[in-house]
Design a protein around this ligand. Structure first.
Ligand code: AGP
Length: 608
């Protein structure tokens, strides 16, 4: 949440900072700002409410050639979106950008007010800035002032700090909010995620928790919070420019929906051997004997990652009879006095690998001695670094705030893990064959669903974009698909959309049904077909407007029917979900919304 960039070298920093912020904008976009220092330390600070484009316009009118600077794109926590609350913040000789939340900012503010600081914003960040400035006295270096300030701070932070009288350095620090340092030729970059570094630096240092970096042009010194030096581990950044561009699509979301056959192939590559009907995973770091011992799987995630866990749990429970699975919402689990039985393994599911609640659950589970495996996309992210092993989903950068390709591959990756456990427990390859074959066939299945339904869904969106309320319903594996479909629609169309188990309708939600609602019913052609049709008829009888999405060829009494033509039997929910994704996209487009950066949301939620 929120994006940070920094640059020190010999080029004009403003352009590099604004360019970096554009790439990070998906993390937060209610205001943005940059601060640069001239050679003699004169600051130029530009801040604007709204998107980075507004800041870019301001920058073209206020161009300077300063070669050191920091920048920020914000997702508001303390203080409403406004210019005064936008970062960077300045106090005395210090200018600072910050991701995270300073929990004791109120107490610190009172102390600093007594020392004469006068606060202009409502933010915790301005307090942190003043705190650093209060320590930045004669004979105290910038590094020491930052370290002193961080000792009294409670909360989470990723920060980049400038001192006006020392325009040859930036200090960056991390605790609970990621930062990466990019090493160029006689220039150094700072970013809260790798996408801002692509094309600038391919040698990077991922700051670890509690590390502080003193950056100059072409050099980086690392310290812990006690000021003891640390030797940095330099890694190669593996990401390319093309992966973060739109490739001719109007929006990242549409690109990412269409990319799914390819990204899913990357998830499965080298892991599924359909000839031998075997599955293998390299990074789980567990022996067959350890896998055999597993009796409980806890799947933890937020939002779409949670729904991916829910869907995959229906699959995995088919594989063996001696495993029980629970799927938990991370923001709930972290505060419960939960008990974890012996022989448990936790799957920590996160696209970004930085979600604060999910990370907190990871710590809680580790504290209880539970082996934790990551189902993560962002390589080198906090979750990826802290788990005991795991399965990268390898879908490349997911830029659109609404998660699509990550969902599909998270379900696939969790299913692969379930298959690996089942194999280790001696379940015969023939018993797992259907899942293994369908995993292999799924990318082509997705390709053909997109081709078959996209035009129809685009047309339907014109009608249903005029509604303000929607219900999504499904039974069995279609229930998580309904939850995910409703989430997708609400987050980018702002239509109130609720996902329900179809069988639960009559226990309450059906009271909502009237002419002002439409319903999306996911109806699988399986043993629950008749029951699902009954649910649909109940809705029809109350004046509902039903769109049925089905893989059945039978006549269905609905206002509209979207048919999925597929030979798949068990993994079809992932095909139904594609329809939900496309529907949300086209409804959002129809309503003229900002598809990739919906209001009030951010791509990675690194605060509670
Ligand atoms: C989905 O479209 C979301 N924007 C959101 O629910 C997301 O899945 C959730 O915040 C978890 O993110 P993560 O996978 O990066 O942990």
């Amino acid at each position: 949440m929120c994006g940070i960039v920094g640059y020190i070298g010999s080029k004009a920093a403003q352009n590099i900072l604004v360019g970096g912020l554009k790439r990070l904008e998906y993390r937060g976009y209610d205001s943005a700002g940059i601060a640069t220092l001239s050679k003699d330390g004169a600051p130029t600070i530009l801040r604007e409410k709204g998107k980075v484009a507004e800041l870019a316009a301001l920058q073209t009118k206020n161009e300077v050639k300063d070669a050191v600077g920091i920048g920020h794109t914000r997702w508001a926590t303390h203080g409403a979106p406004s210019v005064k609350n936008a970062h960077p913040h300045t106090a005395g000789r210090i200018t600072l950008v910050h991701n995270g939340i300073i929990e004791n900012f109120q107490d610190l503010k009172e102390l600093l007010e007594k020392k004469g600081y006068d606060f202009k914003s409502d933010t915790d960040t301005e307090v942190l800035t003043a705190l650093v400035d209060s320590f930045y006295q004669k004979d105290v270096s910038l590094l020491d002032a930052v370290l002193d300030a961080l000792k009294v701070v409670v909360g989470a932070y990723g920060i980049a700090v400038l001192a006006h009288d020392q325009p040859d350095k930036i200090v960056a620090a991390r605790s609970g909010s990621p930062l990466i340092i990019g090493l160029g030729d006689d220039e150094t970059f700072i970013a809260s995620d790798a996408s801002a570094l692509i094309g600038h630096a391919d040698q990077v240092i991922y700051l670890k928790e509690g590390e502080v970096a003193l950056c100059t042009a072409g050099d980086v010194q690392l310290y812990d919070l006690k000021a003891d030096p640390i030797s940095p581990a330099v890694e190669t950044l593996e990401a390319d420019m093309q992966a973060i561009q739109k490739d001719g699509f109007d929006h990242f979301l549409l690109k990412e929906i269409h990319e799914q056959p390819e990204t899913l192939r990357s998830t499965l590559a080298g892991r599924v051997d359909v000839d031998r009907l075997r599955v293998q995973l390299g990074g789980v770091n567990m022996t067959d004997a350890e896998l055999r011992e597993i009796r409980n799987i806890i799947i933890v995630g937020c939002g779409t990652a949670n729904y991916a866990g829910q869907l995959a749990s229906y699959f995995i429970e088919q594989f063996t009879s001696d495993i029980s699975i629970r799927v938990e919402i991370a923001s709930e689990l972290r505060y419960r006095s939960f008990h974890v039985p012996d022989n448990s393994v936790a799957l920590i599911v996160s696209q970004s690998g930085e979600t604060a609640d999910t990370l907190a659950c990871l710590s809680e589970l580790k504290r209880r001695g539970v082996r934790c495996l990551g189902i993560v996309n962002a390589v080198g992210s906090s979750i990826a670094r802290e788990v005991d092993g795991g399965v990268y989903v390898h879908v490349g950068p997911e830029i659109s705030v609404a998660s699509t390709k990550a969902f599909t591959s998270q379900v696939a990756a969790i299913t692969l893990f379930g298959l690996v456990v089942a194999q280790a427990k001696g379940v015969g390859s023939q018993e797992l064959a259907e899942y293994i074959r369908e995993l292999e066939a799924l990318p082509a299945g997705i390709e053909s669903v997109i081709e078959r339904v996209e035009k129809q869904v685009k047309e339907l969106a014109k009608t249903y974009a005029t509604y303000e309320h929607a219900l999504f319903i499904g039974r069995d594996t279609m229930y998580p698909v309904a939850l995910e479909g409703a989430l997708k629609l609400k987050e980018i169309s702002y239509i109130q959309a609720e996902g329900h188990a179809a069988g639960e309708l009559k226990h309450g939600p059906i009271a909502l049904v009237d002419d002002s609602f439409f319903e999306v019913a996911f109806i699988a052609d399986n043993w629950l077909y008749e029951k699902s049709i009954s649910n649909l008829i109940e809705v029809n009888a109350r004046g509902g407007h039903v769109i049925a999405v089905t893989d059945s060829k039978k006549d269905i009494p609905a206002e509209a029917v979207v048919r999925i033509d597929s030979d798949l039997k068990v993994l079809t929910p992932l095909l139904f979900n594609i329809v939900g994704q496309l529907f949300a996209y086209y409804v959002s487009l129809e309503r003229g919304n900002d598809v990739d950066q919906p209001r009030n949301l951010a791509k990675s939620v690194t605060v509670e």
